[in-house]
Design a protein around this ligand. Sequence first.
Ligand SMILES: Nc1ncnc2c1ncn2[C@@H]1O[C@H](COP(=O)(O)OP(=O)(O)O)[C@@H](O)[C@H]1O
Ligand SMILES: [Mg+2]
Length: 364
Amino acid sequence: MILFGGRSGEHGISVATAGGVLGAIDRSKYEVVPIGITPNGQWVIADDEPERWAITDGVAPEVPASSAEVVLPLTVGDAALRVLEPGQVPSALADVDVVFPLLHGPYGEDGTVQGLLELADARYVGSGVLASAVGMDKHFMKMVFAGHGLPIGPYAVIRPGDWPGRRDIVLQTIEPLGLPLFVKPARAGSSLGVSRVDSLDDLDAAVEEARRHDPKVIVEAGIAGREIECAVLGGRSGERPRTSLPGEIVVTDETKNGFYDYEAKYFDEAAVQLSCPADLPDHVIKEIQEIAVRTFEAIDAEGLARVDVFVTPDDQVVVNEINTMPGFTPFSMYPRMWAASGMTYPELIDELVQLALERSTGLR
Ligand SMILES: Nc1ncnc2c1ncn2[C@@H]1O[C@H](COP(=O)(O)OP(=O)(O)O)[C@@H](O)[C@H]1O
Ligand SMILES: [Mg+2]
């Protein structure tokens, strides 16, 4: 089952990813059941047409509502997917061996869908409940990273009840961070709600913008450095996770927001360049790969994750974040980094499904 769409702000990106995967998955090996989740959270049978789900003319596609709902079995040992149509007896759609959740953001990448799949004893691609939740929440993510001695930058947290009531107290934790600041929703992605703040006069507007996505906000000291990403793939049968060659994000159009924002990520091809492999000295590449594995293991990630770091002018590596369901269209950094490391997009999809089939259900 290819599961995509969903309730988060990254619905359209998820749908575009599904288009890529549906177009590339080996049909001689897998029988594919595409299931879409509408922006309202309805599960529906979706068209098995890769082109239908591509980003066209700068518009991200959406899963349309349907009168036929799909229900996942919640009884252990039952793998049958059923369709519910008004006035009809539920009909069996397929028996599912493995679920590939191509969902980004809350209600998909954050452990919620993973929890549902755990209840059903279903096998699925990617991280489990806890790793997904930690990978989604930039606040807890940083605490886990710090607990593992991973290099992270200074930050402050604005909890839901702190703003605007305790603004003065919160400001005391933000001021020492200096400028510029990066203000972000704690649980979002694709740069949604992220602002760069160059003067404290602009802080309130940035916090409000972040709070449109999440009542919990994180404020970080800006790190001056190159933006480097590294793809991690779970190891087969107990082996250590594998890493790709790192790639680099080069923001070429500084006239806009001057960072890798939502527009630059998906809609403005000229604003950003993804270069892979990144031009870095061998010892720095090695260090990034080691830190990427440690980051993956720090949160108990499974299957796949992309670890994003900054590399400062004096070659210090600072971890920015881990994404347990990174952008996964054929043009996204994660597949491109594997392509540069010798694994094609169809091979990568196959490897992820095989990793999911290999792992046991239940507590691991
Ligand atoms: N502390 C920081 N210093 C410098 N740039 C940052 C910092 N945090 C975020 N950015 C910029 O903002 C972008 C989005 O932030 P990120 O934390 O990766 O959020 P998301 O989960 O939405 O991708 C980054 O790719 C980077 O360009
Ligand atoms: Mg990011």
